[in-house]
Design a protein around this ligand. Sequence first.
Ligand SMILES: *Cc1c(COP(=O)(O)O)cnc(C)c1O
Length: 837
Amino acid sequence: MELDTPPYSDHNRTALSKEKLKRGFLDNLYFIQGKFPHIASQNDYYLALAYTIRDRMLHRWISTAAAYYDQGARTVCYLSAEFLMGPHLGNNLVNMGIYDTVAEMVEEVGLNLDDLLAQEEEPGLGNGGLGRLAACFIDSLATLEIPSLGYGIRYEFGIFDQEIVDGWQVEKTDKWLRNGNPWEIPRPEWSQPVKLGGHTEQYTDEEDRLRVRWVPEKLVIGVPYDTPILGYRNSTANTLRLWKSEAPESFDFEIFNRGDYYGAVDQKVTSENISKVLYPNDEQLSGKRLRLEQQYFFVACSLRDMLRILTGQNIPLSRFHEKFAVQLNDTHPSIAVAELMRLLLDEYLVPWDDAWEITQRTFAYTNHTLLPEALEQWPLPLFARVLPRHLEIIYEINDRFLDEVRMKFLGDEARLARLSLINEAGERYVRMAHLACVGSHAINGVAELHSELLKQDVLKDFYELWPEKFRNKTNGVTPRRWMVLSNPRLSELVTERIGAGWVSDLDQLRQLEPLADDPDFRKSWWEIKRANKVDFAQFILRSTGILVDPESMFDCQVKRIHEYKRQHLNVLHIIALYRRLKDNPGLDIPPRTFLFGGKAAPGYHTAKRMIKLITSVGEVINRDPDIRDKLKVVFVPDFNVTNGQRIYPAADLSEQISTAGKEASGTGNMKFSMNGALTIGTLDGANVEIREEVGAENFFLFGLATEEVYALRASGYHPMDYYHGDPHLKDVIDLIRGGSFSRGDTELFRGLTDGLLHHDPYMLFADFASYVSCQDEVSRAYLDREHWTRMSILNAARSGKFSSDRSIQQYCEDIWHASPVKIKLLGHDEEPTGFIQ
Ligand SMILES: *Cc1c(COP(=O)(O)O)cnc(C)c1O
């Protein structure tokens, strides 16, 4: 088929020159938005620009699809219930290398690029770190030119928008699709049917074989919506394929014919519910039927989609695992193990042993948590109701698996119970992490420490069984979004000094090291941080009405609100500092602005009260005339990717203060460090590796190490002893208890303080003294601006390891065995020659 007709040869839709971009932009305003400049809104202009960029992306996308098709390339499938993408437009301009050209073009027609960028509603299809990791990973996969697909759910409502009312979190529905989404293309022709509920039956087929039939209670249709994902300055455009659930026409129709109109409508509503809303729990399981249906829904659609691709390329089913490397981002998609088995056994009649080999060779599993309450397990009766056939298959997997264990550990019944896919202690559950471990050939943690703790603790029994399956893949973040796009001033300075190679080879930042000794460079570095702080101060004023001083140290803790992340430890230090300043107004400490941001799960009452504590302490301190402008406390509402892009570049100090052994990796810590913030942190997650890279002398370390946490817990931890033993701690707690931050109300924070005094599961009291003295060290260091700036430069210069390009490279080499496919643009507009066979 000849394809050298438009769009390939249509210059206005593919060319990257300013004039062609302008032509395309005005055409799209006219032909897509149906507006002319006098009546167009900012949103019309944003959409016209988005479509102008999308035209260029489609050129790359089609070229990429053609190349992958021709070469039958090995493909990485990244299965994730969350993709926290952030806005697309700016990132696409960066990756296509036309950011400045488009800014000028837009200026020439009397508009402003920042205003247009601000029109985009971010797709918040994730809770926090895990979803953002998936987004960084698909950016790096495209940049490294690895054939890959991201598979997930097209939630109609993403993570809620957070407002702060009277100091409390209020959740607002995230209607991100309200104004349409120019980045996605629906592909209804590739829709997939998904069965749910019902029962199974045994029967004998025409050829006398004993088979199992799944008779579902309902059927839904998954419709794929594709978003192109560009690599950085190459011609690759990979695909993010998100599934929307719809009602099947025929099903409705049947009921409709029986005259049950409302029944048919009901069916439609129930079907569409599956992809309706993202569950807002980070690191917490909920046990809701709809959530299990969501997980199975997107996994079933994605596996069937892979089979469609396989068939389309005439690859035999027996080579499924050679064509696809499927990564399970946490246990959310781990039902894929049972679903692939079901497809192979029931629908393709593959014998068990062959099916099992294909399955194990296909999947690899990434664990993301060390919190026992976050390890997913489903109540057995619920699981049986939603996925009756999968439960049978899981029983069979379990029987064969436990036979293997019995052989290896003769007589060790306790071990069998610990390893079983079914938790039989009390109420019975299906353990999804165990299913993922058994069904995968590789299991990895997301930082060195985390991977070690998996082997010693969380997945110890699996490690003893299959040590060869275990790996580490330390997380990373994409420098395209988290430096180039969000910190243009710093990026420009860096490029001016060491060239632009660092953007796709972050280790090159090492070349900045000698510049840390150059006073002129330090001056530029400081001024850039200062300019970013001025910008952010303006944003704070707009969003909270609080005036902050850009001269003050910006001390930032932004992340989901959770007890293990210990935002309340930060608050205890603020109160201690406040007390010291009240007692000694002449104290020579640098002024500080304490910035917090993060969402609490709506049902997590303690986390919501932590937000109230932060805002309450802020209210008292911010209007205390004695404090003047020495301290400010600000809770920045609605922490999301867009706001992260403002915060990380403006931070002086990064708070990474989780209890050692609790944070799997963290990625916020990496974003801060590469933007020149210094870290105050515990030896937890990737903090350990950040400290190793930047040097202990450029990192503020405090607190118990993991081993010490374990030892203290084992020996009996009594928080009350710390309270009575440390007058500063006692004073801080008594101030909160006595109502100093609640207008005399002694009830408001009683739950929090009593929890700490009597239980303190995250050991704030044990780390308090060490934290406070480390913060004093931070204050002293900040007074020496030259030295601080030197440390800041060295942090950025030594952050190369934390590029997600490095993570993905390691996944490719060690787990996926995937290699790059170079894309040649088809029918380049200057010389239209494109043909696809
Ligand atoms: C990076 C990021 C996170 C993860 O932050 P941690 O500090 O690693 O918990 C969460 N949410 C958003 C919006 C992010 O950009």
